[in-house]
Design a protein around this ligand. Structure first.
Ligand code: ADP
Ligand code: MG
Length: 698
């Protein structure tokens, strides 16, 4: 249970004056929350900039383009003659005239705001316009005795439509009054060395800065908050790991009989790196402590077979294996790949996704519980509460970066009885990021690609040349090749994404006819699968899609990948998409379509894609060019989302937090000391309480 001392942070925002059911919806949208927004969501919402209103010149001295605060007397109102020209209010101080301009104001409102003959404090951006000194739509127009309603340094926040800056700030500052100071969870040593203030002081300072630089990511205050957040993450991961390690781990030692058979039936030999990863895994599994290993291998490097061999090893030892895939399509593809081999070597495998319902599901669950299933493949349906294994030895999470900490922990719970955990990720993540996402995991790398792959030719083409491109595709289709066509991300809206993809689909169907298919995230799983199946069987030759195909699908005959508005994608995401082709023997091509006018950074990013196929190089470049937060593509990534942390700016803090967490675990793994108790609060505050729950279990 969350300590009562933190209750202030978790009160509903409706408890604040001025927030009711109507404007609450805006806050929910802004914070990406489902049905309740809490004060913690508001006070953790960080400013993006500061407007400095301390510049208080006389009217004649007010510099063009500057935000200024002017003390003036209202002289007269000059209503506009037509809708195009503004309503003007003429004001003056001892040095000259100021014109306040308004487009279509309510007459009564403006007369009340600026009554003739009264003094007003007016703040806004000054423009010198046709000999006049003017402020259009001032931000503030206050009677002198209400001057303190205007912040000298006004923090500006990300907003959402329907929610203005005034309303947000009002909610924020009343929330700040309501949230309590916390018990210090940091060591006095680090507090002193870093000259940090308390948690609440730091929070206050960022929202009411004394200078603009206070809100910057490298300010003392932001650093403290970022460190808190990183430490919460590292500590939660460390607790999970510690628990997994200490849990009644049992050595899992296979006989090698089944894996040998599998290798015998494979149409290829393992690459050196695949073999090495498998060896690492066997060694870990053989230990009494539970395994927590990350297999990081570029897209197409052949991680699936390594997972199968590992799970088969568990089966050899009389236990079960499970693999968790992020999407239905991918789970099915694993099923397909493994079914053939499983039949040959006598492994009983089955598939559990959200689509298994009713009696069939119940039947599957009972076979799982009786141990009649050796290996279970599935989506997150396999971590639901009522899914019970007879004897789960090894759990594999595929394409892990799509899963949040929550799911990772849910699986950890299932595997608490000593199951080993193997995590596989395709996106090459730079080391610092790996650390924030996984904490201290052992890592095996698969860098070597299976032999015989031809490099993918990547071309960057301006959108203007779409016509040419389409005729080129006609030839390719005639030669029997298959094509992926990925439509762009349009802002953050799936609806718009979909519209773009549908338009493109209609357009291409006019050119190429029935060979064209469409798949998108809004389709029912069954429809999606049927389209994917038609594509992999060659009935569909050109597949238009939103980014749903990103992860893992395998159609070796597809040799051309077209990505529209490639400049809108993260590099890592482009790399994933491109990895869908180049899987067969034939030469493959990736066409990156870009908007005609793109900036220098966007250009050099696309150049990186053209010049290399090395996922690690791409990830590092992406980090340099775009900043860590976006490296996985903001939207799809299940990377932890941070309130305070900027992964690039706070890189140095990541390692500190990791070391700190490690030290805490060494000294006080049960979080029982006074500092330990405060650290529990830290975990609750950042909603990493799964970590605490594990503690309670033992
Ligand atoms: P990923 O690492 O992206 O999950 P997959 O496991 O899907 O990659 O493998 C991609 C393709 O490479 C599959 O068709 C797989 O059968 C094939 N493959 C895997 N390992 C080898 C190998 N050692 N030699 C040849 N082909 C391989
Ligand atoms: Mg894969």
């Amino acid at each position: 249970m969350r300590p009562a001392s933190l209750n202030g942070y978790f009160k509903d925002i409706e408890t604040l004056a001025g927030i009711g059911p109507r404007n609450k919806a805006h806050f929910l949208r802004l914070f990406g929350r489902q049905d309740s927004a809490r004060l913690v969501d508001v006070v953790f919402h960080m400013p993006v900039s500061v407007i400095d209103r301390r510049y208080r010149p006389h009217v004649v001295d007010a510099q063009d383009g500057q935000v200024a605060t002017l003390e003036v007397e209202v002289l007269k109102h000059i209503p506009s003659h037509n809708r195009k020209s503004p309503y003007k209010v003429l004001c003056e101080d001892s040095t000259g005239n100021l014109t306040c301009a308004f487009f279509n104001p309510h007459r009564s409102w403006i007369e009340k705001q600026l009554p003739i003959g009264e003094m007003r404090l007016i703040s806004g951006k000054v423009e010198h316009f046709r000999g006049e000194i003017q402020i259009t739509h001032p931000d503030y127009m206050l009677p002198i005795d209400q001057a303190d309603e205007m912040p000298a340094l006004e923090t500006i926040y990300p907003l959402t439509s329907g929610l203005g800056i005034r309303a947000l700030r009002k909610a924020l500052f009343s929330a700040l009054k309501n949230v309590p100071e916390v018990n210090e969870w940091h060591d006095p040593g680090i507090m002193k060395r870093e000259t940090w203030g308390t948690f609440k002081e730091s929070l206050l300072q960022v929202h009411s800065p004394s200078q603009g630089s206070d809100i910057a990511t490298n300010s003392l205050y932001r650093q403290r908050l970022a460190y808190d957040e990183l430490l919460a993450g590292q500590l939660a991961l460390a607790l999970v790991r510690d628990r997994a390690r200490k849990s009644s781990g049992r050595p899992i030692v296979g006989t090698g009989a089944i894996t040998k058979e599998i290798l015998h039936h494979l149409p290829f030999n393992l690459t050196g790196d695949q073999q090495k990863s498998f060896d690492d895994i066997i060694a870990d599994m053989g230990k009494k402590e539970a395994m927590l290993r990350l297999v990081q291998g570029d897209v197409g490097s052949g991680k699936t077979i390594v997972a199968l061999l590992a799970m088969a090893t568990a089966v050899e030892a009389g236990m079960q294996g499970a693999i968790l895939a992020p999407t239905e399509i991918l789970a099915r593809q694993h099923m397909e790949f493994m079914t053939d081999l499983a039949d040959k070597v006598g492994l009983k495998i089955d598939l559990l996704t959200g689509r298994n319902k009713g009696k069939k599901r119940a039947d599957l669950l009972s076979r799982l519980e009786n141990g009649e299933i050796d290996i279970l493949i599935g989506t997150h349906a396999i971590i639901q509460e009522d899914v019970t294994f007879a004897n789960l030895g090894l759990a594999v999470i595929d394409e892990q970066h799509r899963f949040g900490v929550q799911q990772r922990m849910a699986l950890a719970h299932k595997t608490v009885e000593g199951a080993d955990l193997l995590v596989m990720t395709a996106t090459p993540i730079p080391r610092t990021l790996t650390m924030t996402a996984y904490g201290d995991m052992d890592v095996s790398l698969i860098q070597e690609k299976p032999p015989g792959r031809k490099p993918i030719q990547t071309k960057v083409v301006s959108h203007d040349r779409l016509g040419e491109l389409v005729s080129g595709l006609r030839r390719a289709l005639e030669q029997g090749q298959q094509i992926y066509w990925v439509c762009p991300l349009v802002q953050e809206s799936e609806v718009l994404d979909l519209a773009a993809a549908e338009d493109r689909y209609e357009g291409l169907k006019k050119v190429f006819g029935a060979k064209v298919g469409l798949v998108h995230g809004k389709m029912k799983a069954a429809e999606k699968d049927s389209v994917m199946l038609q594509f992999s069987e060659g009935d569909i030759r050109l597949l238009v899609s939103t980014t749903v195909i990103e992860v893992g699908v395998n159609v070796p005959n597809a040799t051309i990948m077209v990505i529209e508005h490639a400049e809108r994608f993260g590099l890592a995401q482009l790399h994933q998409l491109r990895g869908r082709v180049g899987r067969g023997e034939k030469q493959s091509t990736c066409m990156l379509l870009r908007a005609r006018d793109i900036g220098a950074v966007a250009k050099s990013r696309l150049q990186v894609m053209r010049d290399t196929e090395d996922g690690f190089v791409i990830a590092e470049e992406d980090l340099k060019l775009r900043g860590a937060g976006e490296i996985l593509g903001t939207r799809q990534s299940g990377m932890p989302e941070y309130h305070f942390v900027d992964l690039e700016e706070h890189k140095h803090l990541i390692e500190l937090a990791r070391d700190d967490a490690r030290m805490i675990m060494n000294k006080d793994a049960g979080l029982e000391t006074p500092r330990g108790k405060a650290l529990r609060e830290l975990l609750y505050l950042f909603e990493k309480d799964e970590g605490v729950r594990l503690l309670r279990g033992g």
